[in-house]
Design a protein around this ligand. Structure first.
Ligand code: ADP
Ligand code: 5GP
Length: 208
């Protein structure tokens, strides 16, 4: 039975632990590919061009939009972010699930275009823990941390637009929960029409 790849859109407040969960998930299971976005923000210490992001100039980003090279894009705290089209479509065609770790405006654009995409929202166990993680990461200035918390406050009103929430308290449990949700989604009749039809036909042949 040929497995069809699906898009899994993952959003969550900055600092909730999306990146950490997705890194662990893709290290543990090889059926997932993580899309690498293009962004106009500067790399953080330790980030490598082409690994965490494709770091591009404003002009390069605008060119990508013009060429229809992005399946979605959005502005987030003074910078642009977008998902390159080719990687996503190649993986889906190869039967691999593609994870897009993107913010809500992009998530809604993807759900609009890819009707069988599923969306997950990663929540911290509490707002206090979110602030602690954001600060503990040590990658942003106090000013940017404040902007990101403000943005989280706005995003909090849109969580219900997602198909599932995942609470990232214990990391290992969160990783398994994400894997469990995606595995369950692969089991819906809608995503297995061909297989169901095949078995139906076999039964019909067997009993005629
Ligand atoms: P996001 O990608 O959502 O912005 P990160 O993955 O960068 O968040 O995580 C933010 C910080 O929280 C990092 O320092 C990370 O190590 C830490 N973190 C992630 N998950 C957990 C967890 N389950 N428990 C404690 N700390 C966590
Ligand atoms: P960060 O700067 O912390 O890496 O990412 C900031 C926000 O941008 C996060 O919410 C992240 O999920 C989102 N993001 C990253 N890549 C993309 C993308 O390609 N498209 C959209 N819409 N958001 C993205």
């Amino acid at each position: 039975m040929k497995r069809k790849g699906i898009i899994i859109v993952v959003s969550g407040f900055s600092g909730a632990g999306k990146g950490t969960i997705m890194k662990a998930l893709t290290a543990r299971y090889d059926q997932y590919a993580l899309s690498i976005s293009a962004t106009t923000r500067d790399p953080r210490p330790g980030e490598v061009n082409g690994r965490e992001y494709f770091f591009v100039s404003n002009e390069e980003f605008e060119k990508l939009i013009e060429e229809d090279g992005l399946i979605e894009h959005a502005g987030y705290v003074n910078h642009y972010y977008g998902t390159p089209r080719k990687f996503v479509e190649d993986k889906l065609n190869a039967g691999i699930d593609v994870i897009l770790e993107i913010e809500i405006q992009g998530a809604l654009q993807v759900k609009e275009q890819y009707k069988d995409a599923i969306s997950l929202f990663v929540m911290p166990p509490s707002a206090q823990e979110l602030e602690k993680r954001l600060r503990g990461r040590g990658t942003e200035s106090e000013e940017v941390i404040a902007q990101r918390l403000k943005r989280a406050c706005e995003e909090a009103s849109e969580v219900e637009k997602y198909d599932f929430i995942v609470v990232n308290d214990n990391l290992d449990e969160a990783v398994e929960r994400v894997h469990g949700i995606i595995s369950a989604v692969h089991g819906t009749p809608d995503r297995n029409k061909e297989f169901i039809e095949d078995v139906r036909n076999q039964l019909f042949d067997l009993t005629k």
